[in-house]
Write a protein that binds this ligand. Sequence first.
Ligand code: ZN
Length: 247
Amino acid sequence: MRYLILSDIHANLTALDTALEAAKGQWDKTVCLGDLVGYGPDPNEVIDRVRALGALTIRGNHDKAVSGQADPEEFNPMARNAVLWTRERLRAENLEYIEKLPKGPVAEGGFNMVHGAFHDEDEYVFAPEQALDGLLSAPTPAVFFGHTHIQGGFTLRGEDIGVLRFKPTTGKRSSTLAIEPDMTYLLNPGSIGQPRDGDPRAAFAIADMEKQSVEFWRIPYDIENVQKRMAENGLPEPLILRLSFGR
Ligand code: ZN
């Protein structure tokens, strides 16, 4: 079974559809690590698309805030503004859908899915010392996480922690990682809708646990098209600008 692994779509339909087109025919099942909404201009359209894909989806912190399960006051003012904007626009059945999303970790097809850290869905895993707890707790050789919007991850072999990062390039790209038998992996597919690793292209992964391989993809999409819709909807300027830089 080949899994398409999406995370942090953040209501960016253009990025999602471009990624889906690029990955067409390459996967059997879709999973999503949370944050369908927040920041971007297309919350209903993105939820509709994810539901149509039949994706196994866990909740992210923005999904919780928009559906009233977390306090938007804990967000920075721009993110809060986008949360409130999203809440006003979501159709009732889509609001109900994100409200009912399960909390990670969720096990599926030989791996586990979490939004943030293994034991805390709201915690960010940026550095090896933050990854260690999840690597030691992982019930499967691979755990996929999101939340940081940074493609890559962490490995553990014995007492050695490794960091996985990919160098930004241009055009389409996929890097293949071979899962080794004596290693544990905490892997982030990157963000579809708002990358923050200095590479503005949409990021996702395709995992084949039988073949023990994970492909990390980057796909350019029409960023200006999304920025235009964000501006028309009065979303905060810094959220519009950051898409150009992937920061
Ligand atoms: Zn996010």
